[in-house]
Design a protein around this ligand. Structure first.
Ligand SMILES: Cc1cc2nc3c(=O)[nH]c(=O)nc-3n(C[C@H](O)[C@H](O)[C@H](O)COP(=O)(O)O)c2cc1C
Ligand SMILES: CC(C)CC(=O)C(=O)O
Length: 370
């Protein structure tokens, strides 16, 4: 029975190529940050209030003009067709049915127009939440601008600009496995260049992308812009000054610079830096309803999940992702009830206790390890 994210991972591993499972699970370098994200959530403790609950909990959110029935977003993940033949279309149907915002990866194997059509078909409770679109700004600004127009025309309601990738992270599992490109028959649909007879460009990760590019993007679109991957509080303040509308506080699931802190450890500092001026979504290591409560209480308005979606899609296609999102909903609602909360909004930081951040190994060994 699929009851936890771990169950989905186990089921997925029985169905997919181990090389692809490594691509999903893996991270950069020694994968210290991959583990740190989950460990940090495990170390935080919830301190519930009593005699103040309500019969039902409100789980809906509204962020940057997008309404959703759950604060759990689908973070952008590449290459869904590696694990399911319908790829991102299946994921989008599940997200729409759950009323969850899906952030479409620029590196998706289904085109954003087709993903949007799939989501529209599946909205069970009226209009599903809009899609958001993740972008790596390409040094070829003409190409980038055309892609932004394409995502906008497809109905995407926000742009999530990934800024933690001046170069690609060193994924040693992929290097050892020789997994360096998509298998024949699959391609990144958004990298097809209509100007060049349909040539498929590689995604450029460029260290010359700068705040000037964010200013340029700000001038070319009226969609809300979120920065994904700014971790330093000074960069969070700069983002506000550059007219960015929101932050996706993310360390790319430990796939870029290894040994950066867990995102939930950084959250209080980042929340203090932006001081409520722009919303913060957090991803990295969110695996349980209690993790969602912790992130929201510490200042996020929503959370994203990456690997869990890939495992669920691999384990059971659209149905698998639906079940996963249901599970997060049930766990979140249950945890809120136990915390004496009436919903996901306005959760106070004193719901969370952080034991002194001692050596991570001491905590994890006692709890059965990562
Ligand atoms: C298989 C995989 C592919 C990913 N692809 C992208 C991507 O195309 N763009 C991006 O900004 N982040 C990408 N990410 C990072 C996720 O958006 C997210 O930050 C991370 O997975 C969150 O951590 P979690 O996996 O612990 O939930 C990817 C992550 C994984 C695991
Ligand atoms: C194809 C890559 C650009 C996707 C990515 O960001 C990742 O694998 O973490």
């Amino acid at each position: 029975m699929l009851m936890t994210v771990q169950d989905f991972e186990t089921a997925a591993r029985m169905r997919i190529d181990p090389v692809h499972a490594d691509f999903i699970a893996g991270g950069a370098g020694d994968e210290i940050t991959v583990r740190a994200n989950e460990e940090a959530f495990r170390r935080l403790r919830l301190l519930p209030r009593v005699l103040r609950g309500s019969a039902e909990r409100a789980l809906d959110i509204s962020v940057l003009g997008s309404r959703a029935r759950t604060p759990v977003l689908l973070s952008p993940t590449a290459f869904h067709k590696l694990v399911d033949e319908e790829g991102e279309a299946a994921t989008a149907r599940a997200a729409a049915a759950a009323g969850a915002i899906m952030i479409v990866s620029m590196a998706s194997t289904v085109a954003v127009e087709d993903i949007a059509a799939a989501a529209r078909e599946a909205g069970e409770h009226g209009d599903p939440p809009p899609l958001w679109f993740q972008l790596y700004i390409q040094p070829d600004l003409g190409f980038t601008e055309a892609l932004v127009r394409r995502a906008t025309d497809a109905g995407c309601a926000a742009l999530v600009v990934t800024v933690d990738s001046p170069v690609r992270g060193a994924h040693e599992r992929d290097l050892r496995n020789g997994f360096l490109d998509l298998p024949p028959g699959l391609r990144c649909e958004h990298m097809v260049d209509p100007r060049e007879g349909g040539r498929v460009h590689p995604i450029a990760m460029s260290p010359v992308i700068s705040w000037e590019h964010i200013d340029w993007l700000r001038g070319t679109t009226s969609l809300p812009i979120l920065l994904k991957g700014a971790l330093h509080p000074e960069d969070a303040r700069l983002a506000v000054r550059h007219g960015v509308d929101g932050l996706l506080l993310s360390n790319h699931g430990g796939r870029q610079l290894d040994t950066v802190p867990a995102t939930v450890e950084l959250l209080p500092e980042i929340a203090a830096a932006v001081a409520g001026r722009i919303p913060i979504v957090l991803d990295g290591g969110v695996r349980r309803g209690t993790d969602v409560v912790k992130a929201l209480a510490l200042g996020a308005c929503a959370v994203g999940i990456g690997r869990p979606v890939m495992w669920a899609l691999a384990a059971g296609g659209e149905k698998g992702v639906r079940r996963l999102l249901e599970l997060f909903r049930e766990e979140l609602d249950h945890a809120l009830a136990l915390c004496g909360a009436s919903g996901v909004r306005g959760l106070p930081p004193d719901l969370v206790r952080a034991p002194a951040w001692g050596p991570a190994s001491a905590h994890t060994e006692r709890e059965g390890g990562a």
